[in-house]
Design a protein around this ligand. Structure first.
Ligand code: 2AM
Ligand code: CA
Length: 246
């Protein structure tokens, strides 16, 4: 409700610029404050990491990782491709993920070992095996951050090999659509943990594979690539070749 009404009533004056291209709205902050308050009311000893207000330190083994609006640019431009992303970590391991897209009416969630769902329907990654049958998504967080080493040459390398590409602007949703099998894969660089934490649990529980660009576990620091097992192998093959020759 905060997002749906907030998006309708948004004006230019409600925008705050974290940097030239990085926008935040009062709604991002309102949603995060609402969620942190609700979580700490129920679990007062838990830790929290949120995109807008940072960390609430705690000694607890549990830490909630929140992105109040993932896809703020879509949100500000009155597009429906934004989401609220909430993950729970236990002793450093992601065990729960919830991604809600209010404007699309879609609620994705997964608990480690218990499968992934949209609403009450179980979801699974696609069975597409070949790149030329695959539709994937990517994003350009690297460009907003002004990085020289960015996704453009990788994009040029991968896109001609695919059937098609989509760019929704919310990494959390990209991971969920890959989990749902609507997308066959996703890769991006320069993301933060709160962009992907919940989506990772959902993707893995839907049978997907997620790694960094080298096939290792250092995501999002070394990029993130997610897909079903076969297409993930294909993606990593291209990305490692590309990174070796770049
Ligand atoms: P945001 O909307 O919460 O900022 C789109 O490419 C994805 O990248 C979104 O998940 C977006 O999250 C994130 N993103 C965009 N620019 C970014 C930047 N400069 N640094 C980190 N993440 C970014
Ligand atoms: Ca985000």
């Amino acid at each position: 409700m905060i997002c749906l009404e907030g998006q309708q009533n948004l004006t230019f004056h409600d925008l705050e610029f974290k940097s030239t291209k990085d926008i935040v709205t009062e709604i991002d902050k309102k949603v995060e404050a609402f969620l942190v308050k609700a979580i700490l009311a129920r679990y007062p000893d838990h830790g929290v990491l949120g995109e807008e207000y940072g960390a609430v330190q705690a000694k607890s083994e549990f830490r909630w990782i929140i992105d109040p609006i993932d896809g703020t640019t879509s949100f500000v431009h009155r597009l429906p491709f934004y989401s609220i992303s909430i993950a729970l970590e236990k002793e450093g391991e992601l065990v729960l993920g919830v991604v809600y897209a209010p404007a699309l009416g879609q609620l994705f969630y997964a608990e480690k070992g218990k499968g992934a769902f949209v609403g009450d329907i179980p979801i699974h990654v696609s069975e597409t095996r070949e790149l030329d049958k695959a539709v994937m998504a990517t994003g350009f967080a690297c460009l907003r951050a002004g990085l020289q080493n960015n996704n453009l040459p990788i994009f040029n390398e991968i896109v001609p090999k695919l059937r098609d590409i989509r760019r929704f602007g919310s990494a959390a949703l990209d991971l969920c659509y890959t989990a749902l099998g609507s997308l066959d894969g996703f890769w991006e660089m320069n993301l933060n943990v709160y962009d992907i934490a919940a989506g990772i649990v959902i993707l893995k529980e839907a049978g997907g594979v997620v790694t960094d660009f080298t096939g290792g576990r250092q995501f999002p620091e070394k990029g993130i690539a997610a897909a079903n097992k076969d297409l993930h192998n294909e993606l990593i093959r291209i990305l490692t070749e590309f990174c070796a020759s770049a």
